[in-house]
Design a protein around this ligand. Structure first.
Ligand SMILES: Cc1ncc(COP(=O)(O)O)c(C=O)c1O
Length: 494
């Protein structure tokens, strides 16, 4: 007896198979040839117009839809899979994980709760990550979409754990004294958003000054906590940075651990990319205290090179997440046997109920390559940044504006007569020419009022030659631009 196909399944599975084979073939070529394409290119107007359509009421053959994808979408990516992409804090994507993402969508499990292998895989992956950081095995964790989500989850756990005198989940923040959270002025804006969303209020995210290396001033932090206590507030949490987004600065972790303990505050660490340097013997001492925090967030889609999105929150107390997020709704309660007889419910560890099987790509990637291969790639990225600063230091036309022990350096083109405004303008133009020309994709930031070219290397495809090419191009474009400036004065005196 033949089976009828469900209306939204392929009418012809063989045709579906053939398209799948074609897609895999094409994508392998696409990945293997990534270096030969521009890092980035603008979406032409004609393509924009093709993408802006009415809601499709009726179907189009899947092969034609795929053709449209190949013509209008695939050639215009963000650029982060390219070997010369070093913008923001994006990862490059290891190919095996793409297969895992396909398999995860085929299985289409949701990982809120349930007794099935997908849930076991996420538990296993979290356990591996805890091992990678020598995290206390009494701790626990959950995978999330990104560190922005992770900050909310971790701060909610902090709030639950450190507001002893009242039931904050039931009665809200206003049932107790005003909560305060502390982090350096270099802290990522996602922490500020988390503080806003948790109803604490942005004013009460106390931004503590940094030293010349962009690390939090611990004495100022201690004083801010003291003042807030004296004012009747309830200091809740210190947020430490393990790699700031601007410059890759690492706060003095040992001192933060000691201060948070002494003052009775939760210590949350944002290790979005930097946490992975813990894998390297060269960085182990610097990051030794990382696993003494109450919570840690890190993105596997940054410096573990996995495709978006996958991130992790770890807490060091077994029930800290459940205390903040567990639910007793009847329709998700456990049964004695079968698919609802689960031990762990990830929906009790975060905000999300429906959750994709993002653990599968971590499982595939770690099993395929082993954590040591990732550590080698991370060490390579750090060495490439060291090469960048070495070359810039050796050049009279380049100034290194910030350095880090991690994978970020900022620099700019300089010349003797360049005033502040002209320097900013020329460096903006250098960056545009690099990006729009599809040559390389660093990003930018502003440090001490200076517009700088920011190179953040979370890229397993980058070679030292790519870095040398970047330095060479910055210098050549800068030389050309400054030659075109009026002879004297070539700057201004802002
Ligand atoms: C230091 C730091 N923290 C947090 C985040 C936010 O992470 P996500 O983009 O995964 O939400 C970033 C993103 O770049 C970051 O660099």
């Amino acid at each position: 007896m033949g089976h009828e196909t469900a209306p939204l399944d392929p009418a012809d599975w063989e045709e579906f198979r053939a398209l799948g084979k074609q897609i895999v073939d094409d994508m392998v070529d696409y990945l293997a040839g990534v270096r030969d394409r521009p890092v980035w290119q603008p979406v032409p107007d004609a393509v924009r117009a093709r993408l802006a359509t009415e809601l499709p009421r009726t179907g189009t053959p899947m092969a034609a839809v795929y053709q449209d994808f190949c013509e209008s979408i695939l050639p215009y990516p963000r650029g982060n899979i390219h070997p010369r992409f070093w913008g923001w804090a994006n990862g490059s994507g290891v190919p095996i994980a793409a297969y895992a993402d396909l398999l995860a969508s085929v299985m289409n499990c949701t990982l809120g709760s349930g007794e099935n292998a997908a849930m076991l895989v996420e538990r296993q992956v979290i356990d591996w990550l805890m091992q990678a950081f020598d995290w206390p095995d009494t701790g626990s964790g959950v995978l999330t979409s990104g560190c922005s989500m992770g900050q909310i989850i971790a701060l909610a756990a902090a709030r639950e754990a450190r507001t002893g005198g009242w039931d904050v989940r039931r009665d809200g923040n206003l049932a107790g004294p005003q909560l305060t959270v502390y982090g350096s002025t270099e802290t990522h804006h996602s922490v500020e958003k988390a503080v806003e969303l948790l109803g604490i209020g942005r004013t009460f995210f106390r931004q503590i000054p940094v030293d010349e290396d962009f690390r939090i001033e611990v004495a100022a932090l201690r004083e801010a906590i003291r003042e807030d206590r004296a004012a009747g507030f309830h200091p809740l949490c210190v947020v430490g940075n393990v790699g700031t987004v601007n410059t890759g600065a690492i706060d003095p972790l040992e001192e933060l651990v000691a201060l948070a303990r002494e003052a009775g505050l939760w210590l949350h660490l944002d290790g979005a990319f930097g946490a992975f340097a813990y894998l390297l013997p060269s960085h182990r001492r610097l990051l030794a205290c990382l696993n003494q925090a109450d919570s840690l967030v890190f993105d596997l889609h940054k410096w573990l090179y996995l495709p978006f999105d996958v991130s992790c929150v770890l807490v060091n107390r077994p029930d800290a997440l459940e205390a903040a997020f567990s639910s007793t709704a009847d329709y998700i309660s456990r049964t004695d046997r079968g698919p609802a007889a689960y031990e762990v419910a990830f929906s009790d560890r975060s905000i999300e109920q429906s959750r994709r099987f993002r653990a599968l790509k971590v499982w595939f990637a770690l099993r395929t390559h082993g954590i040591d291969a990732f550590a080698d790639a991370i060490a390579g990225n750090i060495e490439q940044i060291a090469r960048l600063t070495e070359l810039a230091d050796a050049s009279e036309a380049l100034e290194v504006v910030s350095r880090s022990r991690l994978n970020i350096a900022t620099l700019r083109y300089v010349w003797p007569q360049g005033g502040a405004q002209a320097l900013d303008q020329v460096n903006r133009e250098i960056l545009s020419q690099l990006q729009v020309g599809g040559l390389a994709m660093p990003s930018h930031t502003v440090i001490d009022g200076k517009f700088v070219i920011r190179v953040a290397n979370n890229n397993h495809r980058t070679t030292t030659a790519d870095i040398e090419f970047l330095v060479d191009r910055i210098q050549a474009i800068g030389d050309r631009l400054t030659r075109q400036l009026p002879a004297a004065p070539r700057g201004d005196s802002r």
